[in-house]
Structure formats: structure tokens, C-alpha cells
Ligand binder design. Structure first.
Ligand code: B4P
Length: 187
């Protein structure tokens, strides 16, 4: 299975991605995690990405695409993968479509959550980029750059929307339900 997990910051993409990958034996590719690892390692790419991440802006496509391509070229990705936090804009989605060719993305799960729930969850997490001002900017960037992907994948007939409110177990059950029966949830 080749899945994209879409949704605003803090919707729980990372949380659900780990569970779905465990359940289905998929490679979990989180661009947020890869970028944070590059920042911690102090690589050139990490140094360049850091200021964008601290401000809640998108890291330039060229950097993100290099990370994704490197990971997807590893052999274990041939058995299926879940993309968590990627693509984040239409240019990234188009580059992905082109890279994957005929063996494209099969499922897109769009996690929906109200802004106030997002702010509450992220303030409770307290990562460096989880201050209220940065979270609000990430939401603005999501609406301007990432939300258009909903129409992009809807037009391809791949989009399934899931309510991300509720406990982690409740949300996981909903995601598993979608993946099991392929039913299109209403958005
Ligand atoms: P990400 O790492 O993708 O971070 P996120 O969107 O904030 O988190 P996610 O939705 O995965 O939420 P999580 O499960 O952690 O991005 C960080 C930054 O990296 C971006 O701002 C950007 O700068 C850069 N970046 C990443 N990808 C990029 C790309 N493709 N292009 C350009 N730039 C990119 O959950 C959040 C919190 O909620 C956690 O504390 C969790 O425990 C909690 N939670 C989860 N589910 C819950 C539930 N059901 N109930 C209560 N709490 C819950």
C-alpha cells in the first residue's frame, strides 16, 4: 500500500502514521522527523531548514524532495510506505506523482480537526515550534499551501476524510475502518 496522510499541523498525523505502519508493515516516512534529524545532526541541509521550521514556514521544496527521494529509493520502501507530512504543497505533490509514475499513491487519508483543538494539543506537546504564535502561522501556511491538496487528491478519486477528534484509539479505529473497506467518508 502507498498512502499519503494529510492534515493540519497537530492533527495527529505522526501519531496515527506510526500505528498504521505497525499494523500494515509499511515504511513510515515523516518529513518532519527527517528534517528534525537533519537539524540535530547539524548537516548543511539541517542548518538551512532550521529557520523555516522555527518560524512554522515550509522548508524549500528542493531540500524536502531530496530527503524524500533518498528514503523512497531504499529497498524496504518497495513493500509499501506511508507519507506523513509530505506532500505539503501542490509542487511537492506533482513531483511525487512524477517520481512514482504508474505505481502512484493509492490512498490519501485526510485528517480533520478544528483549529482550537489543534492549538490545545500542540501547546500540550511543547516542542520548540509549538508556541502559540508559531502554531497560528503553521495553520495559516496549511490553509494557503497544503489545503489545496485536498482538491488535488479529490480530483484523482483518492481522498478519504477522517474526523481526527477523540482519543488516539478512536481515531485509529476510524482510520483502520477507512483503509479496510475503502469507503469514501464524507468531508
Ligand atoms: P511535522 O513534523 O509534520 O509536524 P506536525 O504537523 O506539527 O505534527 P502531526 O500532525 O504529525 O501531529 P502529531 O501526531 O505529532 O512538521 C513540522 C515542521 O517541519 C513544519 O512546520 C515545516 O516547517 C517542516 N516540514 C515538515 N514536512 C515538510 C514538507 N513536506 N515541506 C516543507 N516543510 C516541511 O500530534 C500532535 C500532538 O497531539 C502530539 O503531542 C500528540 O501526542 C497529540 N495527539 C495526537 N493525537 C491525539 C489525540 N487523538 N488526542 C489528543 N492528543 C493527540
Amino acid at each position: 500500500m502507498r498512502i499519503v496522510l494529510l492534515g493540519p499541523p497537530g492533527a495527529g498525523k505522526g501519531t496515527q502514521a506510526a500505528r498504521v505502519c505497525d499494523a500494515h508493515g509499511l515504511v513510515h516516512l515523516s518529513t518532519g522527523d527527517l528534517l528534525r534529524a537533519a537539524v540535530s545532526a547539524g548537516s548543511d541541509l539541517g542548518r538551512e531548514a532550521r529557520a523555516y521550521m522555527d518560524a512554522g514556514n515550509l522548508v524549500p521544496d528542493s531540500l524536502v524532495l531530496a530527503l524524500v527521494r533518498e528514503r523512497l529509493n531504499e529497498q524496504d520502501a518497495d513493500g509499501g510506505f506511508l507519507l506523513d507530512g509530505f506532500p505539503r504543497n501542490v509542487a511537492q505533490a506533482e513531483a511525487l506523482d512524477q517520481d512514482l509514475g504508474a505505481e502512484g499513491i493509492e490512498r490519501v487519508v485526510n485528517m480533520q480537526l478544528e483549529d482550537e483543538d489543534i492549538v490545545r494539543r500542540l501547546l500540550a506537546r511543547g516542542r520548540k515550534d509549538d508556541t502559540e504564535a508559531v502554531i497560528r502561522n503553521r495553520l495559516k501556511v496549511f490553509r494557503a499551501e497544503t489545503a489545496p491538496l485536498i482538491a488535488h487528491y479529490e480530483a484523482k478519486g483518492l481522498l478519504q476524510t477522517v474526523d481526527a477528534e477523540g482519543s488516539m484509539d478512536e481515531v485509529f479505529d476510524r482510520v483502520q475502518g477507512l483503509l479496510a473497506n475503502g469507503a469514501r467518508a464524507s468531508s
